[in-house]
Design a protein around this ligand. Structure first.
Ligand code: GDP
Length: 449
C-alpha cells in the first residue's frame, strides 16, 4: 500500500505546535507514538485537504524537568522530525518575533533537503500580518500567517503542503506502521563490528532517542536518515557495553540480540568476514529467524578479506552453516571504509518493502493452484492434502492462511515446497514466511524457512 506523506510540525516550545496539530487533524483521532520516543506525548494523526491526505506528526512537548538543556531537547526533536518527515512545518510565534531558539531551528532546517513551510502563528487579524517581516528575514521562503486557534490561514498552508507532496492514492494507508520508520536490530557476536557499523551508517546525522524514558530498561535507539528515509537502529546503547570475559561478552550479545529483535522489523545479522563462522554466529542468526524478522546477513570487515573473489565462497559457507536463513540476502560491508553500505541500504529498502508486502488473494490462489498442479501432494498416512483456498492474513512477517481438508496431511517437505512456490511467485526476499493451516477451527502455526 502506498504510504501517506508525512509532515512533521517543529518549533520551540509555546509557539502553538500542538494547537496547529489539532487543527490539522480536525476531530480525527491522534495516536500516541513511542516509535521515535523523543518525548512521551509524541502524536500522530491524519490530515485532509480535499482528496489529499497526509500523516501529521506533532513532535510533542518538552520535559521541563529534564536534565538536558532546552536547546538540546529542541535539537533532538527537530532531528527526529527531519528523519521521519517528508516535509516540515516550522512554527513561529508572530507576536513574539524570531528568537535565538527559532534561529537555531532554522539553521538546522536549512541544511535539510526536505521542503519546509514556515507558519507564523497567532496571526488573528490582517493588521497583525505586518509582523511577518521578522519571519521573512529567516530566508526560508513564503511565510504563511496562521491562527491555529481560530483556523485562519490553515487552508493556505495545507494547499501549499499538498502542492509540495505528491497526492497519495486513495487507498493509501490512513495511519501507523506504513509511515513509521523501519526498525533495524543489529545483532551478532562481539567484535564483528556492530557498533562500528552503527557509526558508519549514522555518520553526522544521528539522533539518540530513549524509547522508554524513565525506566531502567535503558533502551537507547538511534534514528538515522538514509536517502531521505528514516530508520530506527534499535538498542544501540547495548552495542557499546563491554564485559570482561569472552563468555560474558557472548552471553551479553545473545541477551542483547533477543531483546532488540523483539522491537525490530528487520535484523542485520553481522558476521566477521575475516574469521570463520562460529557456533555463536549461528545461534544469534537463529534468534533472528525464530523471531520472524526480516533478515539480511552482513559480512563485515570485508576490507580485511583481501580479495573480492572470495565472495561466492563466503556465501556458500554462510548457506552451509546457516541453512535456516536461505532466504536472507548476503551483503558485504566494511564499517572501516564504508564499502558496501550503499548496497546494504538498497537491500534494506527492498527487504523492508517485502516484509510489509500484501499479496492479492486472487494472485495468491492462482500461484498455489499452479504449484499444487505442478506437483500434487503425496499422501501422508493415507490422507492426501487438498488446499481449497488461501489468503494472506498478515505482514511483518508475511503470514498465509490455507484452508485445507486436513492440516495433518501436510508433509513437512510439501510445506517447504509450497513456501518456495510462494517465494518464486512473489519474492519475499529476506522474509520468513508463515503458513497457518485451518480445517474448521483446527489450526496450527509453523515457521518455515
Ligand atoms: P561490536 O562488538 O560488534 O560492536 O564490534 P565493534 O564495532 O566494537 O568492532 C570491533 C573491532 O573491529 C574494532 O576494533 C573495530 O575497529 C573493528 N572493525 C569493525 N568493523 C570493521 C571493518 O569493517 N573493517 C576493519 N578492518 N575493522 C573493523
Amino acid at each position: 500500500m502506498p504510504r501517506l506523506p508525512t509532515i512533521a510540525i517543529v518549533g520551540r516550545p509555546n509557539v502553538g505546535k500542538s494547537t496547529l496539530f489539532n487543527r490539522l487533524i480536525g476531530n480525527r483521532k491522534a495516536i500516541v507514538r513511542d516509535v521515535a520516543g523523543v518525548t512521551r506525548d509524541r502524536l500522530r494523526g491524519t490530515c485532509r485537504f480535499g482528496a489529499w491526505r497526509a500523516a501529521v506528526v506533532d513532535t510533542g512537548g518538552l520535559d521541563p524537568g529534564a536534565a538536558e538543556p532546552l536547546v538540546a531537547q529542541v535539537r533532538a526533536q527537530v532531528l527526529a522530525a527531519i528523519a521521519e518527515a517528508d516535509a516540515l512545518v516550522f512554527v513561529l510565534d508572530a507576536r513574539e518575533g524570531v528568537t535565538a531558539l527559532d534561529e537555531e531551528v532554522a539553521r538546522m532546517l536549512r541544511r535539510v533537503a526536505k521542503p519546509v513551510l514556515v507558519a507564523a502563528n497567532k496571526v488573528e487579524t490582517a493588521a497583525q500580518e505586518a509582523g511577518l517581516a521578522d519571519a521573512y528575514r529567516l530566508g526560508m521562503g513564503t511565510v504563511f500567517p496562521v491562527s491555529a486557534e481560530h483556523g485562519r490561514g490553515v487552508d493556505a498552508l495545507l494547499e501549499a503542503a499538498a502542492a509540495l507532496l505528491p497526492a497519495p492514492a486513495a487507498e493509501a494507508e490512513e495511519e501507523g506502521e506504513e509511515s513509521a520508520p523501519v526498525r533495524i536490530a543489529i545483532v551478532g557476536r562481539p567484535n564483528v563490528g556492530k557498533s562500528s557499523l552503527v557509526n558508519a551508517i549514522a555518520g553526522e546525522e544521528r539522533v539518540v532517542v530513549h524509547s522508554e524514558p524513565g525506566t531502567t530498561r535503558d533502551a537507547v535507539d538511534t534514528v538515522v536518515t538514509v536517502r531521505g528515509r528514516p530508520y530506527l537502529l534499535v538498542d544501540t546503547a547495548g552495542l557499546r557495553r563491554k564485559g570482561r570475559t569472552v563468555e560474558a561478552l557472548d552471553k551479553l550479545a545473545a541477551v542483547m540480540a533477543r531483546r532488540s529483535l523483539e522491537r525490530a522489523d528487520l535484523a542485520l545479522v553481522v558476521v566477521d568476514g575475516s574469521q570463520s563462522l562460529a557456533a555463536q554466529d549461528a545461534r544469534i542468526a537463529g534468534y533472528a529467524e525464530a523471531a520472524g524478522r526480516a533478515v539480511i546477513v552482513v559480512v563485515n570487515k570485508w576490507d580485511l578479506v583481501g580479495s573480492p573473489d572470495r565472495a561466492p565462497e563466503l556465501v556458500r559457507t554462510i548457506r552451509d552453516r546457516l541453512p535456516f536463513l536461505a532466504y536472507a540476502p548476503v551483503v558485504f560491508t566494511s564499517a572501516q571504509t564504508g564499502a558496501g553500505l550503499d548496497t546494504l541500504f538498497d537491500t534494506v529498502e527492498h527487504v523492508a518493502a517485502e516484509y510489509a508486502k500484501q499479496v492479492p488473494t486472487g494472485e495468491l490462489n492462482r500461484a498455489l493452484t499452479a504449484a499444487t498442479t505442478r506437483r500434487p501432494p503425496a499422501g501422508v498416512r493415507g490422507k492426501t492434502l487438498k488446499v481449497y483456498y488461501a489468503t494472506q492474513i498478515g505482514t511483518r512477517p508475511p503470514t498465509f492462511l490455507l484452508f485445507v481438508n486436513d492440516p495433518a496431511a501436510l508433509h513437512f517437505s510439501y510445506e517447504r515446497y509450497l513456501i518456495s512456490a510462494l517465494r518464486e511467485a512473489f519474492g519475499f526476499t529476506g522474509c520468513a514466511l508463515r503458513l497457518r493451516l485451518r480445517r474448521r477451527r483446527a489450526s496450527h502455526v509453523r515457521l518455515v524457512p
